[in-house]
Write a protein that binds this ligand. Structure first.
Ligand code: ASP
Length: 453
C-alpha cells in the first residue's frame, strides 16, 4: 500500500479537493491519506492553521472570538458547498471547535496546540465525508485510537517508538483511511502538535508504521528544484536524491518537505515521492537511500539567512582542556542551539540562528565568554547567510570546493566562512546576507548552467 499526504494548498478549495479525490481514486494502492488543514487559496490568503492560532490567542485574552470562529467554520463550509456536501459535516466541525474552545486553559500552550490541531482533524473528517459522497469506502481515523503517541513538548512533538506497531494495525481497516496530519497524543491523552508544516511528519510516521511501499507527498510544485526558483528563475528539477541530501537541502531553506519527516521513512527504507496535486502527471522528485551519482557532484544549492556568528579567539586554545565544553555550557545556560562550529588552532566561530538572542542575552553570553574563558577576543557578526552546496558525489569528486570558491570569487562574493562536514555531503559557505543571492546564482551557474566544452 501507499501513504499519500496532501498539503494545505492541495485542500484549500472544493476544486482542489476534487483533484485530491481523483488522484487517490486512480490508484487502488493509495489506501492511507494524510491531510493538512486547508491552506491558502491565493497568495494574500491566511491558512486555517494561522486563523486557529489567532482564535486560540483571542480566547485566552478575551474569552471569545466569534468572528474568527465564523471565518474558520466558513472555510470548511465553502469547500463543502463547492463539492456538493450537505451541512451535516459542517455542523460537526462547528460544534467540535466550540467544544475545544471551552476546554481547559491552564496551560495556554497546550490549549493552543489543541485548537491548532483541530485544523487537520476536522479537515480529515471533511475529506472522508467527501470520499464517501463520491461512492468510495473511506473513513476518518483518530490518531489517539490509532495509537500515534508523542512526547509532551507543545508545538514540537516527537513520535514515541511504540506508535509504529500500533499504527500497523490500521492495515486491517477496510477501504481508505483518512488520517489528520500534524499532531499526536501524549501519554496523558492530550493533543500535542509537531512543529509547523508537521503533516509531512505524520505521513512519514504512518508510512513507516504501515510498512508502506511508497510515501507520496503531494504539494504545489512539480519537483524539488536544484535551487530556490525565487533566486534563479526556472531552475533544473531534481529527479532523484538521497535522504541525506534532502535533509541538508531542507535544513537550509528548501521548504518543500519538512526536514524531520525524512527519518521515519528513511529508517524503513520507504522511498518518498514528491508530486504536484495540480499536475499529477509530472514525474516529481524521488527521495531514496542510494542513487546513481551520474549527474555531477552537486545535487542542489540551498541558502538561508538570519544567522549570526560569535568569534572567539584565545592564544593556545588548542591546548586548553575543556575549552569547547565550557563555551557550549555558556550557550546551553541560555537555551541556545548552534548550527556549525568551524574552528582553527586558536579560534572558533559559533554560528547560530540570530532570532534566539535579544540584546540582553547576547550581551550576557559575550560577557561570560570573555570573563569566564579569559578569551583574547570575542566578537559577534550579524546578518549572515549560509549557502549550502549539497551532493553525496562530492565525496568522490576532486576539486568541487575549488570550483565553488572560484565561482564565488569571480562573482565578487566575500566568503566569511567555509565548513565541510566529514560526511562530505555538503559544503557550507557563510556570506553576508546582502550577498546571499549573488552567491547562490554564481554557484548555480557553475554547477548547473555551465556548458562544459
Ligand atoms: N497546518 C499545519 C501548518 O500550517 C501543518 C501542515 O500543514 O503541515 O503548519
Amino acid at each position: 500500500m501507499k501513504v499519500v499526504k496532501f498539503g494545505g494548498s492541495s485542500l484549500a478549495t472544493g476544486a482542489q479537493l476534487e483533484k485530491v479525490f481523483d488522484i487517490v481514486a486512480q490508484d487502488p494502492k493509495r489506501r492511507a491519506v494524510v491531510v493538512s488543514a486547508p491552506g491558502k487559496r491565493h497568495t494574500a490568503d491566511t491558512k486555517v492553521t494561522d486563523l486557529l492560532i489567532a482564535c486560540a490567542e483571542r480566547y485566552l485574552s478575551n474569552g471569545e472570538a466569534p468572528e474568527l470562529v465564523e471565518e474558520i467554520v466558513g472555510r470548511y463550509a465553502d469547500i463543502a458547498l463547492e463539492v456538493g456536501l450537505g451541512n451535516e459535516v459542517i455542523g460537526l466541525i462547528r460544534s467540535d471547535l466550540l467544544r475545544l474552545l471551552q476546554s481547559d486553559k491552564q496551560s495556554p500552550e497546550r490549549f493552543i496546540d489543541a485548537i491548532k490541531a483541530s485544523g487537520e482533524d476536522n479537515n480529515a473528517k471533511l475529506v472522508a465525508a467527501y470520499f464517501r459522497h463520491r461512492g468510495v469506502e473511506a473513513h476518518y481515523v483518530n490518531p489517539k485510537d490509532a495509537g500515534l503517541f508523542v512526547t509532551s513538548e507543545p508545538g514540537n512533538a516527537q513520535v514515541l517508538p511504540e506508535s509504529y506497531d500500533n499504527l500497523f494495525q490500521l492495515r486491517q481497516e477496510p477501504g481508505i483511511i483518512v488520517f489528520p496530519g500534524f499532531f499526536g497524543f501524549n501519554e496523558e491523552g492530550e493533543v500535542i502538535t509537531f512543529s509547523r508544516s508537521g503533516s509531512d511528519i505524520t505521513g512519514s510516521i504512518l508510512a513507516n508504521g504501515l510498512k508502506a511501499e511508497l510515501y507520496e507527498n503531494f504539494t504545489d510544485v512539480d519537483a524539488v528544484y536544484t535551487v530556490n526558483p525565487s533566486i534563479v528563475p526556472h531552475p533544473k528539477e531534481i529527479r532523484e536524491l538521497t535522504y541525506r541530501e534532502m535533509r541538508e537541502l531542507s535544513y537550509a531553506g528548501f521548504s518543500v518537505f519538512h526536514d524531520e519527516a525524512l527519518i521515519p521513512a528513511f529508517r524503513t527504507n520507504i522511498p518518498v515521492q514528491i508530486k504536484n496535486t495540480n499536475n499529477p502527471s509530472a514525474e516529481g522528485t524521488r527521495v531514496v537511500t542510494k542513487r546513481d551519482n551520474t549527474n555531477g557532484p552537486v545535487v542542489g544549492i540551498a541558502s538561508d539567512s538570519g544567522f549570526c556568528s560569535i568569534y572567539i579567539s584565545k592564544y593556545l586554545m588548542n591546548r586548553e582542556i575543556g575549552f569547547g565544553r565550557r563555551v557550549l555550557q555558556i550557550l546551553e545556560d541560555d537555551g541556545l542551539t548552534y548550527e556549525h562550529i568551524p574552528s582553527g588552532i586558536d579560534d572558533m566561530t559559533i554560528i547560530l540562528r540570530q532570532n534566539q538572542m535579544d540584546d540582553t542575552i547576547e550581551n550576557r553570553v559575550i560577557k561570560r565568554l570573555k570573563d569566564e574563558l579569559d578569551a583574547d577576543e570575542v566578537t559577534v557578526e550579524h546578518n549572515i547567510a549560509l549557502v549550502m552546496v549539497v551532493g553525496e558525489a562530492m565525496r568522490h569528486n576532486v576539486g568541487t570546493t575549488a570550483r565553488a570558491a572560484k565561482a564565488l570569487s569571480d562573482a565578487r562574493v566575500n566568503i566569511e566562512m567555509i565548513n565541510q562536514g566529514s560526511s562530505e555531503v555538503s559544503m557550507m559557505f557563510g556570506v553576508k546576507e546582502a550577498q546571499e543571492k549573488q552567491a547562490v546564482r554564481a554557484l548555480y551557474q557553475e554547477f548547473f548552467a555551465k556548458v562544459i566544452v
